[in-house]
Design a protein around this ligand. Structure first.
Ligand code: A3P
Length: 298
């Protein structure tokens, strides 16, 4: 990781019908032709839905005991490569290179791509996929603060400006609505996909860890699961330099930390009554054919 200064914030553009920035399309040929393996586990989310949380849970489930130095010296974003990312020359390796160089198996790989842009080898290899979805309101708030502090993201503007662009699908990785619905539809025909909710993870982390184990065919002991459940709580991950992103220079934690609040319902301290009414109206329209149900409070 180089300490060079980033150029100005990237501009959004249309990429195959999805709003993107060049950091996630510069390496597209390699992404598109990426060779998945049958034992790969793809962690997929709309940005800010709990990617890091689930990445860390899976990393502990698979590698928590056999490689102590992995836990103390390797940040989660190198253990779990971000498939489409290409921040060269700031990061020396692209996501596909990091993934291809991973020494361990199974490989845990992260993506924010909408389902139609996922490299086809994942489907051909029947790789397992863990999708995490978060309710739109909290997801938007988290994304707003992330874009404020991350110079590798387009300018968010003020909260209202951000919210309007979020509604229009004009944020990186496109529309939240298309993303959660596209992946939900995929789940109906692709059986190696587990569709999880951030709200369930907050409500009962241990239950979701057990659910992950059964999906992945892991026979992790109750004691081990309890230890992991404790280690992945918000405060523990916020203190942990390997999971709190404090080692990344493009993020300004004085503006907002990566591990920000970790709550369900923080949207209530951001949405005005008018914004909430507008959002509910849009939501009703855009989700009218959707069968996936979200909780905005627990
Ligand atoms: P907030 O900004 O609402 O706090 P991602 O990893 O996909 O970028 O998602 C980041 C969001 O997940 C942030 O939400 C972050 O605080 C939250 N998060 C990460 N680890 C968490 C944990 N252990 N418990 C609860 N929330 C967590």
């Amino acid at each position: 990781l180089s300490s060079m200064k980033l150029p100005s914030r990237p501009e959004l553009f249309d990429f195959e019908g999805v709003s993107m920035i060049h950091y996630f399309t510069d390496n597209w040929e390699k992404v598109k032709n990426f060779q998945a393996r049958p034992d790969d586990i793809l962690i997929s989310t709309y940005a800010k839905a709990g990617t890091t949380w689930v990445s860390y849970i899976l990393d502990l489930l698979y590698f928590g005991n056999d490689a102590p130095e992995r836990q103390t010296s390797q940040p989660i974003y190198t253990r779990v490569p971000f498939l489409e990312s290409c921040f060269k020359p700031y990061f020396l390796l692209s996501g596909t290179e990091l993934a291809d160089n991973l020494p361990t198996s199974p490989r845990l790989i992260k993506t924010h791509l909408p389902v139609q842009l996922v490299p086809k080898s994942f489907w051909e290899q029947n790789s397992r996929i863990v999708y995490v979805a978060r309710n739109a309101k909290d997801n938007a708030v988290s994304y707003f603060h992330f874009d404020r502090m991350n110079m590798g993201e387009p300018e968010p503007g003020d909260w209202n400006t951000f919210l309007q662009t979020f509604i229009e699908g004009k944020r990186v990785f496109g529309s939240w609505f298309d993303h959660v619905n596209g992946w939900w539809e995929k789940k109906q025909t692709y059986s190696n996909l587990l569709y999880m909710f951030y709200e369930d993870l907050v409500e009962d982390t241990g239950h979701e860890v057990a659910h992950l184990c059964s999906f992945l065919g892991l026979s992790t002991s109750v004691e081990e699961r309890e230890k992991i459940t404790k280690g992945v709580q918000f405060d523990a991950m916020k203190q942990n330099k390997m999971t709190n992103y404090s080692t990344i220079p493009v993020m300004d934690f004085k503006i907002s930390p990566f591990m920000r609040k970790g709550k369900v319902g923080d949207w209530k301290s951001h949405f005005t009554v008018a914004q909430n009414e507008q959002f509910d109206e849009v939501y009703k329209q855009k989700m009218k054919n959707a069968t996936v149900k979200f909780r905005t409070e627990i």
